[in-house]
Design a protein around this ligand. Structure first.
Ligand code: P6P
Length: 337
């Protein structure tokens, strides 16, 4: 691709908007601000080793997890940036116990609510392993002009109008969907723009990579243990044994399996009886993306996006990736529990 063929994120957003004559540009404006905020967080992530932004804040978040300085920076920056864009009336974040209400004349007229894990996998920051931002956007249920309510956030994933992630890796990518396929944009530092690099990503329906923390093996449900053994058995016809790949950073593991084919699993364990990953701002947005690419995302028995949330930070078991792999682990769970 020569320099004249590049499509920037903002050009892409406007081209997409033009396909919907009734669109007023609010979502486009919001997505533009997400891209800008991601570039600024990326700048800080990339120099984290050089300035005093590594390490612990000495505080913990609502999950009881040690907050990293970059965690707090990313959270604060996305909140401030999305407040200033005027399209969002409130934000829910992994880092905050309740949602952040934007109670001013402009933001109260915002049509959307925004949910995010501002810097997922942050325990990997200090060891220079890829991390990510995950976001999910809904149309508010409460009346425009009034204060946002918890009902705006407790919507099933099928109601998402947009979802995406930023992967701060060997290159920085923004991958998102508004419900008509998913596209990936790679940040070109030389021009400071996210440029379309992965058009209409399709997830292979078969894959040969399985991803989960096998250190929890003894605590997994019987069906998951049986599936792991299935992955490890030799069978040339089905390309087994599969490869085990686990980075421990959700966006990185999901992105690899999205492109190459594979399954990511975070089952229930004794220490995480509901699973570890959060439904609203980790599993639902990833599920939207995976399904838009042709993959599947369930809790082992039910489609993730059809789960009805009852609280902001609720957790769920999570199985996502290549359709035939998710169907296979569901078979084992159905038979063995
Ligand atoms: P474990 C990171 O803390 C995270 O939330 C996800 O990014 C990742 O997939 C998961 O937890 C890793 O959890 O228990 O395997 O370390």
């Amino acid at each position: 691709m020569n320099a004249f063929e590049v499509t920037t994120l903002n050009e892409f957003i406007l081209e997409k908007q033009a396909q919907f004559p009734q669109a007023e540009g609010d979502l486009s404006h919001l997505l533009h601000h997400v891209g800008t905020a991601a570039k600024i967080v990326n700048r800080e992530v990339n120099k984290a080793g050089l300035v005093d932004i590594l390490g612990e804040m000495g505080s913990t978040n609502v999950q009881g997890e040690d907050q990293k300085k970059l965690d707090v920076f990313a959270n604060d920056h996305f909140i401030n940036s999305l407040h200033s864009c005027g399209e969002v009336c409130a934000i829910a974040s992994e880092e905050n116990e309740s949602f952040i209400l934007f109670d001013d004349d402009v933001a109260r007229n915002g049509k959307y609510v925004f949910l995010m894990d501002p810097l997922d996998g942050s325990s990997n920051i200090d060891v220079n392993v890829s991390i990510g931002t995950i976001f999910s956007i809904y149309k508010r249920k409460s009346k425009v002009g009034e204060k946002a309510t918890m009902e705006d956030f407790l919507q099933p994933g099928t109601e998402q109008v947009a979802a995406g992630y930023v992967l701060y890796g060997s290159s920085t990518m923004l991958v998102y969907t508004t419900g008509d396929g998913i596209n990936g944009f790679t940040l070109d530092p030389s021009i400071g723009e996210f440029c379309l690099s992965h058009k209409l990503i399709k997830n292979p329906e078969d894959g040969y990579i399985y991803s989960l923390n096998e250190g929890n093996y003894l605590k997994f449900p019987a069906g998951v243990k049986q599936y792991i053994k299935y992955c490890q058995e030799k069978d040339e016809a089905t390309h087994r044994p599969y490869s085990s790949r686990y980075i421990g950073s959700l966006v990185s593991d999901v992105h690899r399996n999205l492109l190459k084919g594979g399954i990511f699993m975070y089952p229930v364990t004794e220490s995480a009886p509901q699973g570890k990953l959060r439904l609203l701002y980790e599993c639902n947005p990833i599920a939207f993306i995976i399904e838009q690419a042709g993959g599947k995302a369930t809790n082992g028995t039910k489609r993730i996006m059809e789960l009805n949330p009852t609280s902001l930070h609720e957790r769920t078991p999570f199985y996502c990736g290549s359709t035939n792999m998710v169907l296979k682990v569901e078979e084992f769970i159905k038979v063995f529990g």
